[in-house]
Design a protein around this ligand. Structure first.
Ligand code: CA2
Length: 143
Protein backbone atom coordinates (compact mmCIF):
# COMPACT_ATOMS: atom_id res chain seq x y z
CA UNK A 1 0.00 0.00 0.00
CA UNK A 2 1.41 3.38 -1.03
CA UNK A 3 0.51 6.99 -0.30
CA UNK A 4 1.41 9.76 -2.76
CA UNK A 5 3.07 12.70 -1.01
CA UNK A 6 2.75 15.74 -3.27
CA UNK A 7 4.28 19.15 -2.57
CA UNK A 8 3.62 22.20 -4.70
CA UNK A 9 5.56 25.29 -5.74
CA UNK A 10 8.40 26.71 -3.66
CA UNK A 11 8.29 23.92 -1.08
CA UNK A 12 11.65 22.79 -2.51
CA UNK A 13 12.97 25.88 -0.63
CA UNK A 14 11.91 24.53 2.78
CA UNK A 15 14.58 24.93 5.42
CA UNK A 16 16.43 27.60 3.48
CA UNK A 17 14.17 30.67 3.99
CA UNK A 18 11.33 31.91 6.22
CA UNK A 19 11.89 29.26 8.96
CA UNK A 20 9.63 31.31 11.28
CA UNK A 21 6.69 30.47 8.98
CA UNK A 22 7.59 27.09 7.47
CA UNK A 23 10.05 25.59 9.97
CA UNK A 24 13.68 24.59 9.59
CA UNK A 25 13.38 21.12 8.07
CA UNK A 26 14.38 20.73 4.42
CA UNK A 27 12.04 18.98 1.99
CA UNK A 28 14.21 15.80 1.87
CA UNK A 29 14.18 15.74 5.69
CA UNK A 30 10.39 16.19 5.71
CA UNK A 31 9.95 13.36 3.20
CA UNK A 32 12.23 11.12 5.31
CA UNK A 33 10.11 11.81 8.43
CA UNK A 34 6.87 11.07 6.61
CA UNK A 35 8.35 7.91 5.02
CA UNK A 36 9.55 6.67 8.43
CA UNK A 37 6.16 7.29 10.04
CA UNK A 38 4.21 5.74 7.15
CA UNK A 39 6.40 2.62 7.33
CA UNK A 40 5.35 2.05 10.96
CA UNK A 41 1.76 1.82 9.68
CA UNK A 42 2.63 -0.41 6.72
CA UNK A 43 2.58 2.23 3.98
CA UNK A 44 5.19 3.23 1.42
CA UNK A 45 5.53 6.85 0.30
CA UNK A 46 5.75 8.01 -3.33
CA UNK A 47 7.05 11.58 -3.09
CA UNK A 48 6.81 14.28 -5.76
CA UNK A 49 7.43 18.04 -5.72
CA UNK A 50 6.98 20.43 -8.60
CA UNK A 51 6.81 24.14 -9.22
CA UNK A 52 4.74 23.50 -12.37
CA UNK A 53 0.94 23.24 -12.17
CA UNK A 54 0.57 20.84 -15.12
CA UNK A 55 3.19 18.47 -13.73
CA UNK A 56 1.25 18.31 -10.46
CA UNK A 57 -1.96 17.55 -12.39
CA UNK A 58 -0.23 14.76 -14.35
CA UNK A 59 1.28 13.26 -11.19
CA UNK A 60 -2.14 13.25 -9.46
CA UNK A 61 -3.68 11.48 -12.48
CA UNK A 62 -0.93 8.84 -12.44
CA UNK A 63 -1.24 8.30 -8.66
CA UNK A 64 -4.34 6.21 -9.33
CA UNK A 65 -2.09 3.42 -10.61
CA UNK A 66 0.44 3.40 -7.78
CA UNK A 67 -1.12 4.82 -4.60
CA UNK A 68 -4.19 4.27 -2.46
CA UNK A 69 -4.33 7.80 -1.03
CA UNK A 70 -2.89 11.28 -1.49
CA UNK A 71 -1.30 13.75 0.92
CA UNK A 72 -0.95 17.08 -0.83
CA UNK A 73 0.33 20.52 0.06
CA UNK A 74 -0.64 22.42 -3.09
CA UNK A 75 1.14 25.51 -1.65
CA UNK A 76 0.30 28.68 -3.63
CA UNK A 77 -1.79 26.68 -6.12
CA UNK A 78 -4.27 25.91 -3.31
CA UNK A 79 -5.62 29.40 -3.75
CA UNK A 80 -5.70 29.51 -7.55
CA UNK A 81 -5.85 26.09 -9.18
CA UNK A 82 -9.12 24.67 -10.44
CA UNK A 83 -7.02 22.18 -12.47
CA UNK A 84 -5.49 20.59 -9.35
CA UNK A 85 -8.90 20.42 -7.70
CA UNK A 86 -10.35 18.76 -10.82
CA UNK A 87 -7.50 16.21 -10.94
CA UNK A 88 -8.05 15.20 -7.31
CA UNK A 89 -11.77 14.94 -7.90
CA UNK A 90 -11.21 12.87 -11.08
CA UNK A 91 -8.87 10.27 -9.55
CA UNK A 92 -11.21 9.70 -6.62
CA UNK A 93 -8.41 8.73 -4.19
CA UNK A 94 -8.91 9.79 -0.56
CA UNK A 95 -6.92 12.99 -0.19
CA UNK A 96 -5.73 14.97 2.83
CA UNK A 97 -4.71 18.59 2.19
CA UNK A 98 -1.88 19.83 4.41
CA UNK A 99 -0.49 23.33 5.03
CA UNK A 100 2.50 23.93 7.26
CA UNK A 101 1.25 27.35 8.33
CA UNK A 102 -2.20 28.35 9.57
CA UNK A 103 -3.56 29.81 6.34
CA UNK A 104 -6.48 31.37 8.26
CA UNK A 105 -4.15 33.44 10.43
CA UNK A 106 -2.46 34.88 7.34
CA UNK A 107 -3.45 37.15 4.45
CA UNK A 108 -7.10 36.99 3.30
CA UNK A 109 -6.16 35.54 -0.12
CA UNK A 110 -4.85 32.41 1.65
CA UNK A 111 -8.14 31.75 3.45
CA UNK A 112 -9.74 29.94 0.51
CA UNK A 113 -8.38 26.74 -1.04
CA UNK A 114 -9.95 25.25 -4.19
CA UNK A 115 -8.67 21.84 -3.06
CA UNK A 116 -10.41 21.71 0.34
CA UNK A 117 -13.87 20.86 -1.02
CA UNK A 118 -12.56 17.69 -2.72
CA UNK A 119 -10.29 16.62 0.17
CA UNK A 120 -11.42 14.18 2.86
CA UNK A 121 -9.70 16.40 5.40
CA UNK A 122 -7.60 19.52 5.77
CA UNK A 123 -4.78 20.06 8.30
CA UNK A 124 -3.07 23.42 8.69
CA UNK A 125 -0.88 25.24 11.15
CA UNK A 126 0.72 22.12 12.66
CA UNK A 127 3.99 22.31 10.73
CA UNK A 128 5.58 19.01 9.69
CA UNK A 129 3.42 17.20 12.26
CA UNK A 130 0.48 17.93 9.94
CA UNK A 131 1.92 15.56 7.33
CA UNK A 132 2.26 12.81 9.97
CA UNK A 133 -1.34 13.39 11.05
CA UNK A 134 -2.36 13.11 7.39
CA UNK A 135 -0.69 9.68 7.22
CA UNK A 136 -2.64 8.63 10.34
CA UNK A 137 -5.90 9.91 8.84
CA UNK A 138 -5.38 8.02 5.57
CA UNK A 139 -4.32 4.85 7.40
CA UNK A 140 -7.61 5.02 9.31
CA UNK A 141 -9.65 5.74 6.18
CA UNK A 142 -8.03 2.90 4.21
CA UNK A 143 -8.18 0.13 6.81
O1 CA2 B 1 1.54 26.82 4.79
C1 CA2 B 1 1.68 26.17 3.76
O2 CA2 B 1 2.11 25.02 3.74
C2 CA2 B 1 1.40 26.83 2.41
O3 CA2 B 1 0.79 25.86 1.55
C3 CA2 B 1 2.75 27.27 1.86
C4 CA2 B 1 2.64 28.06 0.57
C5 CA2 B 1 1.65 29.20 0.70
O4 CA2 B 1 1.47 29.84 -0.56
C6 CA2 B 1 0.30 28.72 1.20
O5 CA2 B 1 -0.55 29.83 1.35
C7 CA2 B 1 0.44 28.01 2.53
C8 CA2 B 1 4.02 28.67 0.21
C9 CA2 B 1 5.13 27.67 0.10
C10 CA2 B 1 6.42 28.43 0.06
O6 CA2 B 1 7.41 27.66 0.70
C11 CA2 B 1 8.56 28.28 1.05
C12 CA2 B 1 9.39 27.57 1.86
C13 CA2 B 1 10.56 28.12 2.28
C14 CA2 B 1 10.92 29.39 1.87
C15 CA2 B 1 10.08 30.10 1.04
C16 CA2 B 1 8.90 29.53 0.63
Amino acid sequence: MNLALINGPNLNLLGTREPEIYGSLTLPQLVARVTEHAATLGFGIESFQSNVEGELVTYIQQARGSSQGIIINPAGYSHTSVAIRDAISAVGLPTIEVHLSNIFAREEFRHHSHVSAVAKGVICGCGVKGYLLAVDALAELLK
